[in-house]
Design a protein around this ligand. Structure first.
Ligand code: ADP
Length: 556
């Protein structure tokens, strides 16, 4: 047989592993891979910053239950992917980053863009490796794929020195591995399943918490069956939204504080007791609640909160086991004072934001903009939310009807995901409406890549909430000192969108919002609605701030 180049082996290996789309910023030395990929007729989403490529690729993973792939140039090109890798790591999402790097034979000689890429990336990856011979490219890509998906998913990094891309080998010398199989779906220990139902059957104030591990597992059918059969009240993490219908009578998300504080028994499915769930500790939780915990990672069981029963396995499978054992060990709650108390609190909380939702005030506050979005959006819309208050308040106001239809800053609190996550959402779901609800600060991180959406004809609609500051409403000020949290007001992001090939809308009063949404979605173009809002607008008074982190960011 003839010679084959390293770049062609990368392309062939990715194709063999089932990859159909790569997110890239072409550059030295990965150019031949990207060009070869595109000339093979495969989809390459070329972006304007490597961070966008890494973030879009991991959203692609989450939405498709595959490994999203990002390819970056060497040195600082690769380090630009780092925040994206960190975000995938925090969210337990698979991601393969392939980084070009300086030539092996010129290492430690001050080669072009020479940096310790593997060493700096390893702590935030499940697995890293450097390709040390062209022949091993298919094997190492195969291992990378398996590592990213196995058990608790996560990011992996493969370093490709320049000569491994440009060099060639005899095809006969290349070992071709069997492509990575579908990730395994392990079952929990059968005796633990029975124990779990016994604990749940004795609960007086039960609560089901659903996280994005359940979403990754595609456990929505089993969750619905379990909730319908047991009548257990539930709430979700921010990205667990949509795993169960928001109008389900057992949805007590709007009484989150009361549900977490009052529950005597919690069934936790694919979520962690990290900061998002206040470490499972008082005063946000009872001090002695019983915990039944489902997680694919055995090391997560009992983290921060002792587990009464730990079910180590895949959420979809383990819920199926629980459902299968319900006849033998019934769990049925039905009407109860606990449910009544929570549903009344939901109604009370909903009523408390009504005046803000319907406010005619100009400049506009968060709630009114979000209410217009809520009323306009079709149920199958994918909602990407990014920023601080914009993202947080959107959870309260904009429902999510289907699994994996909300993406946000997640466990890492990673501001800037909005633009790349929206791009991947529209790439994966070309026929669904995609909206990106984004604060102006958050928009600034990767805002230039709205051009990528325009270039690829992705009709995403951005709504930029422009208060021209970073959370002014929670800050304290010193008179006479210029506030470092302020930005230039009334910037024309809509004009920027038009200049970059999309459709722009400028909104300053409440009645302009709906027509702007209608025009943006019917334009068929990447669009940006620039809403000038009240710089002092805030959220409803809360018993506990969502980010109640004493001593940080002025929250108390
Ligand atoms: P959230 O942000 O929604 O609260 P986290 O990211 O904190 O969720 O936690 C997700 C959890 O889901 C992790 O502990 C992870 O190990 C777990 N997980 C991932 N995949 C699966 C799966 N297939 N089945 C069960 N648990 C899973």
């Amino acid at each position: 047989m003839g010679q084959i180049s390293g770049s062609q082996l990368v392309i062939d290996s990715l194709r063999r592993e089932g990859v159909d789309t790569i997110y890239v910023l072409p550059g030295d030395p990965v150019g031949p891979i990207v060009n070869g990929w595109a000339s093979g007729g495969f989809q390459a989403i070329a972006v304007r910053h490597e961070q966008v490529a890494a973030m879009a690729a991991q959203a692609h993973s989450y939405l498709t239950r595959t490994v999203g792939v990002c390819i970056a140039a060497s040195g600082v090109g690769q380090t630009n992917t780092m925040t994206g890798i960190a975000n995938a790591y925090s969210n337990c999402w698979p991601l393969l980053v392939i980084g070009g790097s300086s030539e092996l034979r010129r290492r430690n000689m001050g080669d072009f863009q020479e940096l310790p890429q593997v060493e700096t990336t390893a702590p935030i990856c499940k697995w890293t490796a450097t390709v040390d011979s062209i022949q091993r490219i298919p094997t190492l890509i195969n291992i990378a794929m398996k590592q990213a998906m196995a058990g608790r998913p996560g990011p992996v990094y493969l370093d490709l020195p320049a000569e491994m891309i440009s060099g060639s080998v005899d095809e006969d010398e290349v070992t071709i591995p069997q492509p990575a199989p579908e990730p395994a779906r392990p079952l929990a220990e059968p005796q633990e399943v029975k124990k779990a139902l016994e604990v749940l059957s004795k609960a007086e104030r039960p609560l089901l918490i659903v996280g994005k591990g359940a979403a990754w597992s595609w456990a929505e059918d089993e969750l619905l069956e379990f909730v319908d059969r047991t009548q257990i009240p539930f709430l979700t993490s921010p990205m667990g939204m949509g795993m169960l219908p928001p109008d389900h009578p057992m949805n007590v998300s709007a009484a989150r504080t009361q549900a977490l504080q009052g529950a005597d028994t919690i069934l936790m499915v694919g979520a962690r007791f990290n900061w998002i769930f206040h470490f499972g500790q008082p005063p946000r939780f009872a001090s002695d609640f019983k915990l039944v915990q489902i997680d694919i990672d055995g090391s997560e069981i009992g983290s921060n909160v002792p587990a009464t029963v730990g079910l180590v396995g895949d959420a979809k499978m383990v819920l199926g086991q629980l459902i299968g054992a319900l006849d033998e060990t019934p769990v049925a709650y039905g009407e109860s004072p606990w449910l009544k108390q929570l549903t009344e609190k939901c109604a009370e909380n909903a009523a408390s934001i009504e005046p803000m939702l319907n406010s005619e005030a100009s400049p506009i506050g968060y709630y009114r903009i979000l209410k217009e979005i809520r009323d306009f959006l079709p149920k199958d819309a994918i909602v990407v939310a990014d920023g601080a208050s914009t993202m947080d308040i959107s959870r309260q106001v904009v429902p999510v009807w289907y699994p994996r239809h909300r993406l946000d800053a997640g466990v890492a609190g990673c501001v800037g995901i909005g633009v790349p996550f929206a791009i991947a959402s529209q790439v994966v779901h070309p026929d669904k409406p995609v909206i990106c609800i984004q604060g102006d600060w958050a928009f600034g991180f990767n805002g230039m890549d709205i051009e990528t959406a325009a270039r690829f004809k992705l009709p995403i609609v951005w709504v930029v909430f422009q208060n021209a500051n970073i959370d002014k409403w929670v800050r304290t000020y010193v008179d006479g000192v210029e506030d470092p949290n302020d930005f230039t007001p009334s910037l024309r992001f809509d004009v920027m969108m038009e200049a970059l090939g999309g459709h722009g809308e400028f909104v300053e009063s409440p009645e302009q919002i709906r027509p702007a949404l209608e025009r943006a979605f019917s334009s068929g173009k990447a669009s940006l609605i620039n809403v000038i809002m009240d710089p002092g607008a805030g959220r409803r008074q809360q018993e506990f701030a969502w980010l109640a982190r004493e001593g940080r960011m002025g929250y108390s």
